[in-house]
Design a protein around this ligand. Structure first.
Ligand SMILES: Cc1cc2nc3c(=O)[nH]c(=O)nc-3n(C[C@H](O)[C@H](O)[C@H](O)COP(=O)(O)OP(=O)(O)OC[C@H]3O[C@@H](n4cnc5c(N)ncnc54)[C@H](O)[C@@H]3O)c2cc1C
Length: 415
């Protein structure tokens, strides 16, 4: 008879571990500190807008095989939508110039040689710029191996690397950027089709996962914060929650899927990334103009990506340290003026909301990347999960779900 697997933290890493284990027939108890699941990837009702919105716009790619596998497992694969080609519409806010980057499906990148598909004003030879990232033997700041300036950088590599790493690319880790490029652009357009959770992140990732767990008989507790662990010689022997201590049986196992700060408090001596980078999202209560694609990349202004949902326009700004102290009203007005220009809107500022996620992701620098621990720990019945563990990827949905899958595999291998 196997024991219970206690999964601590119901973000996507914890949910992926819990679902995988429950489907493998293991008894699962999921413990979440917050009143809801989803962590940094969820929907909530915003009273100012009177709408259910996401904590931040999330873009996935068809390369995200673990994320798509997770959606398949919870019966929600259809919740992500996107074009059936790798097409990325862009607009330069300075010049008003528009273009759509269209990668061809196969791994041979002939799109680079087609003026209609590549970025206007660039030559095919410019596209070799990230070779320095791919060829870098050790993990270094991207700025050391690639010129982080120039027309193609401004219009392609800068936005792509910033969106993937959530840090000024010049500071970003070549190793993480290389992993991202190898799995997506270098693998061909088939792997770069953009995907968006049109009806919200919770609708796609969280609610169906909880329903799957419920059907499998898993225990799910909210408002249950793990404070500490008790240790024996080589095992975790008890879970200390705020209000009680739960002893563990000899067969019980633990997956710790909390963010790096709480993980380091719970496991003293654990090395974790310490620096974080913010993401800013602005939401406007207005329907997208007819014919607007699901999202548009914006360069040359403050807004970086605008997403059109049926009831709102939502803007993402990554690596947004420079804007964290800026007033909300001023930001909302500045970005609205950019949207008016980009989308040809004439109405005055509609109802808006600004969401500042200060600790959106760990800072994807070589130094912080080197601080990410493996999932396996020194304790036989304890595995770690989370986008900040050593997944080899930046902090993304894909990384979080892979980490949960890895922790589940360790648990299953441990009996
Ligand atoms: C604004 C924003 C935009 C983003 N955009 C994208 C994007 O476009 N594409 C993409 O792929 N990724 C994106 N990401 C990253 C993605 O959301 C994260 O990588 C992923 O959600 C992390 O999941 P996780 O389970 O590792 O961590 P978390 O979501 O942080 O989950 C950890 C959970 O543990 C709980 N917890 C904490 N302490 C305790 C405790 N002591 N006891 C019990 N529970 C505890 C927390 O409440 C939380 O629910 C974005 C993130 C943000 C914030």
């Amino acid at each position: 008879m196997t024991g219970t697997v206690h999964v601590i933290g119901a973000g996507l890493a914890g949910l992926a571990a819990a679902v995988t284990l429950a489907r493998a027939g293991r008894r699962v108890a999921l413990h979440e500190a917050a009143p809801q699941a989803g962590g940094r990837c969820r929907s909530y009702h915003d009273a100012t807008l009177g709408l259910t919105i996401d904590n931040g716009n999330h873009l996935l790619l068809s390369a995200n095989r673990a994320a798509l596998g997770f959606l398949e497992m919870i019966g929600a694969r259809d919740a992500l939508i996107g074009p059936d080609e790798a097409a990325f519409p862009f607009l330069d806010l300075r010049s008003g110039e528009r273009w759509t980057l269209r990668l061809n499906d196969g791994p041979l990148p002939w799109w680079i040689f087609s003026r209609k598909r590549r970025v206007p004003g660039t030559r095919a030879s410019d596209y070799a710029a990230p070779l320095g990232i791919l060829l870098s033997r050790r993990d270094r700041p991207i700025g050391e191996v690639m010129a982080c300036a120039g027309p193609l950088y401004d219009r392609l590599w800068g936005p792509v690397l910033l969106a993937g790493l959530n840090i000024d690319p010049a500071e970003g880790s070549t190793r993480l950027a290389a992993a991202m490029i190898r799995e997506s652009m270098a693998a061909g357009g088939r792997m770069c089709r953009p995907l968006v959770a049109r009806q919200g992140l919770s609708h796609a990732f969280v609610d169906p996962a909880l329903a799957t767990l419920q059907r499998a008989g898993a225990g799910i507790s909210f408002g249950r914060r793990l404070r500490a662990l008790n240790f024996g010689a080589d095992r975790v022997t008890a879970l200390q929650f705020m209000s009680e201590i739960q002893p563990l049986g000899p067969q019980d196992q633990v997956v710790l899927a909390v963010p790096p700060g709480p993980a380091a408090e719970i496991l003293p001596g654990l090395t974790v990334p310490e620096r974080h980078c913010p993401i800013l999202n602005l939401h406007y209560k207005v329907a997208p103009p007819p014919g607007m694609p699901p999202f548009i990349g914006l360069v040359g202004g403050t807004a970086e990506w605008v997403f059109g949902y049926p009831d709102r326009l939502s803007v993402t700004i990554s690596g947004a340290d420079r804007l964290m102290e800026e007033g909300r009203q001023a930001l909302a007005e500045k970005v609205w003026a950019e949207l008016q220009f980009a989308l040809g809107l004439t109405m005055p500022l509609p109802l808006w909301q600004v969401v500042k996620e200060k600790r959106a992701t760990f800072a994807a620098t070589p130094a912080e990347n080197a601080r990410r621990p493996e999932a396996k720990t020194a304790w036989r019945n304890l595995a770690l999960a989370g986008d900040w563990t050593a997944t080899g990827l930046p902090a993304t949905i894909e990384g979080a779900i892979r980490s949960g899958n890895r922790a589940a595999a360790l648990v299953l291998a441990g009996g």
